[in-house]
Ligand binder design. Sequence first.
Ligand SMILES: Cc1ncc(COP(=O)(O)O)c(C=O)c1O
Length: 366
Amino acid sequence: MSPQGPERIPMPDTISFARGAPSPDLIPVDAVRVAAAKALEDDWQTALSYGVGIGHPGLCAWIAERHGIPAEQVMTTNGSLEAGAMLFRHLLSPGDRVIVERPSYDRTLLLLEQIGVEFIPIDLHEDGIDVDAVEKALALGPVKLAHIIPNFHNPAGCTLSLEKRQRLVTLAAEHGFTIFEDDPYRELPFGEDPPPTLLSMDEADKVIHASSFSKTVSPGVRVGYLAGPREQIGELARIANENYISPNMLSGSLVLELCRSGVLDDNIAKVKVALQERRDALVDALGRHIPEARFVLPGGGYFLWADLAEGRDTVAIAANAKEAGAPFIPGTDFMLSGGQHSLRFSFASVPPEKMDEGISRIASCL
Ligand SMILES: Cc1ncc(COP(=O)(O)O)c(C=O)c1O
């Protein structure tokens, strides 16, 4: 013991695999600074005024062009989580049967739980949701909505195949349910582009697509959007206007500036390279320190989902890993039941030079 009292063992700098957010070095702060100044010079009247429910009309038009649809089919929101929450509250009632993927994005599960829907969890495979199981669920009774994360899934890392996309869109048309295509990672492939959006395949007005600039610019700008059937977008924009008048117009204006100037695409190209380097560093570190981990190699995005040996308890391991300065989220958070021996790694949040140290800390907690 030192004269000043017991010696403190310093907590190691945290290396967090928990948050689905980029590390600060992936945020294009200088470009955002320039875009904000330009938006306030050229577009200040729109940026600083009350808007309408769809948000910034120029940004809606830009997004619509990117999707090859009319501008009336797009509205912007304060992030895509808000978009989903609004749609769920509008469309769903307690007891409605809703298909969710197993595992799925934890915040979506919470939102649906609050509404009191009847969950129909359906397993994910390497090529996305088990569509045979979707058909079986439909045979048992009407389904109101299916929540699908098609690309570089959070948390599972997988991507829905073209064939499954076609089958899902056909089933939605035949059985009259809505597909909520929750797609914030589409622009972040490491190799091949993912198959076309479900939205682009939909001829029955059954798909509502959500995405955002959280992963391509920064999460703090809080600019997301919905694209879908004209009537439904009009109705949701009316509800948005009644609730909060308009989404943040200043953010909308600066994001539009980034889009128009080409800075967005430059940043996407840069971020993809950095994310791929992180994924590769994570895979190497897992091979060295946790060779029992089984996973589907994510072809893009932020996340890798790993299954450890049967009998592992990732809830307990997560508590110890947090103490050891390497937090992650256990699989149970992403499922209504099960997931005890699985976990999600966010590789976006960890610079490659820290990956090995972070994974070795987790390995020491096994
Ligand atoms: C699948 C999915 N949907 C929606 C969101 C919410 O994103 P935001 O509200 O920042 O657009 C996230 C964020 O991690 C996500 O992974």
